[in-house]
Design a protein around this ligand. Structure first.
Ligand code: IMP
Length: 193
């Protein structure tokens, strides 16, 4: 089965391909020549996830799935949350966003945080959403060089490593994205029978 994943983020594409069963061929936006930006103007992760899938369906008329992810930090009222991609400004880099979090969290004693991913599978007629959450803590400084985004400052519960110190396989043992994708894959299996 061939599935269109509404993302231009090559890291996300790589992660999802590493999770998906071999019979699922996951195609990203670059593979179909889509160069634009997907809209993300809602104020919830669920809303943004749906918005991306609806937008893509409107352009290509083929079923697709999308995902939206946010890092939710308790000590700063759930920030960056839905603004995770542009926390330090519209064209902020991963580094800029991480610096902003580290500055805001400087010497803050409460470090608890979670990643939340919402996958939307949009068939054109209706949609279904799958949520994956991973609890963890925000480190005092960056650790590791793998992965992307906030990986260097997020350490999941049950690990002594940050996400950025893990191989893809190790990250998948904890990953918010894998938790939501596994539910989605299960749904696909159920509707195929
Ligand atoms: P998006 O809006 O779903 O593309 O993601 C928002 C932002 O969250 C991204 O730009 C990354 O900075 C961050 N992010 C998403 N997933 C991850 C992850 O697995 N690890 C670290 N950061 C992530």
């Amino acid at each position: 089965m061939r599935l269109l994943f509404a993302t231009s983020n090559q890291h996300k594409l790589m992660e999802v391909r590493s999770i998906a069963a071999p019979e699922l061929e996951i195609v990203g936006l670059k593979d179909i020549g889509f160069e634009g930006e997907l809209p993300e103007t809602c104020d919830t992760i669920e809303g943004n996830s749906l918005q991306k899938a609806e937008y893509l369906y409107a352009h290509y008329h083929i079923p697709c799935f999308s995902e939206d992810t946010g890092l939710i930090i308790d000590a700063i009222d759930g920030e960056p949350g839905v603004y995770s991609a542009r926390y330090a400004g519209e064209n902020a880099s991963f580094d800029d966003n991480v610096n902003k979090v580290l500055n805001k969290m400087k010497s803050h004693p409460i470090r608890t945080a979670r990643f939340k991913t919402v996958i939307t599978y949009y068939t054109g007629k209706d949609y279904v959403q799958f949520t994956g959450i991973t609890e963890g803590e925000i480190l005092q400084d960056r650790k590791g060089t793998q992965g992307f985004g906030y990986d260097p400052i997020f350490k999941p519960v049950g690990s002594h490593k940050s996400y950025a110190e893990m191989s893809l396989e190790e990250k998948n043992a904890f990953s918010h994205r894998k938790k939501s994708f596994d539910q989605f894959a299960n749904h696909l299996r159920q509707i195929a029978v």
